[in-house]
Design a protein around this ligand. Structure first.
Ligand SMILES: C[S@@+](CC[C@H](N)C(=O)[O-])C[C@H]1O[C@@H](n2cnc3c(N)ncnc32)[C@H](O)[C@@H]1O
Ligand code: SF4
Length: 338
């Protein structure tokens, strides 16, 4: 693994959480929700700006070195909303001229015009949730895209952004180290400077957890999970993308700087529903967390109606788990900060 202390310049990051997705993946416990009605993005942008202002009042005189739009699926936002939030950050803290501004994207919401819009808004790096380069595995993970669509999204990202990365999930039920080596070699051929490779974690209170408890979803056992991890290290190192932390791999010098802020213990502001932060205030370090569901704080008839709509929207369909084959147990993803 690369030495994380290399070039350890202090940085200040801003994490922005966009909590909406087109559908809820059965393995995911991120604060992400499905809304069938249109999102009032202007209202969200105003709320984010207010939160940025309040945070800047607590930690003034910082220079922003990274901004990270995570989710959820931030690529569902209008580029103008992304631009308004970056402008709000810039009104309260200076943004370094070489700041890294990353946006997470789901392959189903990637199209060239929108990506150009993100670039014009100030985004200079994208991270795509590809998850697998195998259609059967994508279906079993409950994803809406095919491997071909994912590769097309990677090609669009590559044509517009100098810096792009994509995520894959491994240690999937039935996955062998040989099959994973083949998939990963394909991935490294498509990758630019960075790849995020997460072992599947069975998260509590997800449809995958229920299937796992019922014995209908069986991830690889510890020995296979270890072999899959070792395969990950060797294939990526041979491709010039060594690990720089547990789940992230990069060409030396091309690590995600925002991720390094987490791992090196620097400060970052967490903005948006359920976002976490780490701030030094009056000489003391603080872990911060925002309200996960702000609407619960404002009970009103409108909020109750919104809650009912949301509950309707979030009725999850069972994943096609029978397609997931059985192969031992275990295989938890080493947790990476996001
Ligand atoms: C917020 S999502 C990324 C962007 C986008 N929402 C998407 O899924 O395409 C962050 C990443 O976390 C990973 N992830 C989420 N839940 C996971 C789990 N239970 N086990 C392993 N990786 C997981 C996925 O690789 C996902 O791309
Ligand atoms: S994995 Fe990504 S797209 Fe799927 S529910 Fe989670 S945040 Fe949304």
């Amino acid at each position: 693994m690369q030495n994380l202390d290399r070039g350890d310049a202090p940085g200040f990051g801003v994490y922005i959480h966009w909590p909406f997705c087109l559908s809820k993946c059965p393995y995911c416990d991120f604060n992400s929700h499905v809304r069938h009605a249109a999102i009032d993005e202007a209202r969200f942008a105003r709320a984010f700006a207010a939160e940025i202002a309040a945070t800047a009042a607590r930690v003034p005189r910082r220079t922003v070195s990274t901004i990270f739009f995570g989710g959820g699926t931030p690529s569902l936002m209008q580029p103008a909303t992304v631009g308004a939030i970056i402008d709000a950050v810039g009104r309260h803290w200076p943004i370094a001229p070489d700041a890294e501004v990353t946006l997470e994207a789901n392959p189903t919401s990637v199209e060239a015009r929108r990506f150009h819009g993100f670039r014009l808004a100030g985004v200079n790096r994208v991270s795509l949730g590809v998850q697998a380069l195998d259609d059967g595995a994508l279906k079993a993970l409950g994803r809406l895209h095919s491997a071909q669509e994912a590769l097309e999204a990677v090609a669009i990202a590559r044509s517009i952004f100098e810096r792009y990365s994509f995520d894959l999930i491994y240690a999937r039920p039935g996955q062998t180290p040989q099959a994973w080596a083949g998939e990963l070699k394909r991935a490294t051929a498509e990758a630019g400077e960075h790849l995020s490779l997460y072992q599947l974690t069975i998260e509590q209170d997800t449809p995958f957890a229920a299937l796992h408890a019922a014995g209908k979803l069986v991830p690889p056992g510890d020995d296979t999970a270890r072999a899959l991890y070792d395969t990950t290290q060797s294939v990526c190192a041979s491709a010039g993308l060594p690990a720089y932390e547990i789940s992230n791999h990069a060409r030396p010098g091309a690590e995600c700087r925002h991720n390094l802020i987490y791992w090196r213990g620097h400060e970052y502001a967490g903005i948006g529903p359920g976002a976490h932060g780490r701030l030094d205030i009056a000489g003391e370090r603080h872990a911060t967390a925002t309200e996960k569901e702000p609407q619960r704080r404002a009970p009103s008839r409108a909020a109750a109606r919104a809650r009912r709509d949301r509950d309707d929207d979030e009725r999850q369909t069972a994943p096609d788990a029978c397609r997931l084959s059985r192969a031992g147990r275990g295989g938890r993803r080493p947790r990476s900060l996001r």
